[in-house]
Design a protein around this ligand. Sequence first.
Ligand SMILES: Nc1ncnc2c1ncn2[C@@H]1O[C@H](COP(=O)(O)OP(=O)(O)OP(=O)(O)O)[C@@H](O)[C@H]1O
Ligand SMILES: [Mg+2]
Length: 345
Amino acid sequence: MLGKLLSAFSVDMAIDLGTANTLVYVPGRGIVLDEPSVVAIKQNEGTNKVLAVGLEAKQMIGRTPANIVAIRPLRDGVIADFDVAEEMIKYFITKVHNRKFFTSPRIVICVPYGSTPVERRAIKDAALSAGASQVWLVEEPMAASIGAGLPVTEATGSMIVDIGGGTTEVGVISLGGVVYSTSIRVGGDKLDESIVNYIRRKHNLMIGEATAEKIKIEIGSAVMPDDGEGKSMEIKGRDMVQGVPKYKAITQAEIFEALSEPVNQIVQGIKIGLERTPPELSADIVDRGIVLSGGGANLQGLDTLLRKTTGLPITIAENSLLCVALGSGKILEEMSSLGSVLCDN
Ligand SMILES: Nc1ncnc2c1ncn2[C@@H]1O[C@H](COP(=O)(O)OP(=O)(O)OP(=O)(O)O)[C@@H](O)[C@H]1O
Ligand SMILES: [Mg+2]
């Protein structure tokens, strides 16, 4: 009786704990939370107080006074700051519950394929200490494939490439398992970093991470614009010679150049994935092509570049930013048929 009562109050959830964004899916309700993975902390005489989490905290990045720090607890898809990650998960669970008292949900949470057992344990422990009663792990390429609607349990090979903030995960899925996968620690963050460095080198202008991300989303491109210049954008930063704030117009061709190195690393990762795929599954992939998911899939021209370099059909998944959360949520909803895709540990 008590158990029944408790379960009526418990809200099981699937969490896509991403380097850039955390999403929460609740069975029957869909995605109920989608916020940046950022925590703002106020440091005061050796004690730390959480000031803001998510969107509010992201707006503070690069703008905080000395005693406040905006932290991204995940780097390269894995936990870099355990305590802060735990606080963040706890905050999101409480927010989703929208209740004063705390219940202990069962949670499906995803991990990068390339994460080590220690890194996986850290993610599991963070969710447990944040209040989960049970935690299952699922590898990101599997969750992304399910979320993208690929036939993961059939005897046919599907290739998914999830380009997130921290990592690019290349996965070949067949019969409910990851047959081959590789995880490269290059994603949206590296693209932003490359833009910061390029603008500093070429224009003597210092810009922050957030500005770099805006530039990438607005005029970033994986291919050279047809007219050799493309769109342009006015950016603001600090002139490194005169030390004053300054405007500067930059072109899409410049950002293409800035991004070419990390974009090539992503392309190489995908090519290696194709080379190592068992032949029968390669044949399936030739027919079905590659599906791109994650925020980075939306980089302009990336699909065109991949079509050219691999000769394969390339599709960007619908709701590419949501695939991992939707897939993890579906596993939770259809545990009897999809439970076998969860990791053993
Ligand atoms: N239109 C766009 N063009 C290029 N990049 C984009 C676009 N929209 C979002 N991004 C980038 O996608 C990244 C976030 O994607 P996503 O939410 O899939 O990452 P994540 O799941 O948090 O990270 P990870 O899976 O690596 O832990 C950010 O780097 C963001 O700048
Ligand atoms: Mg992700």
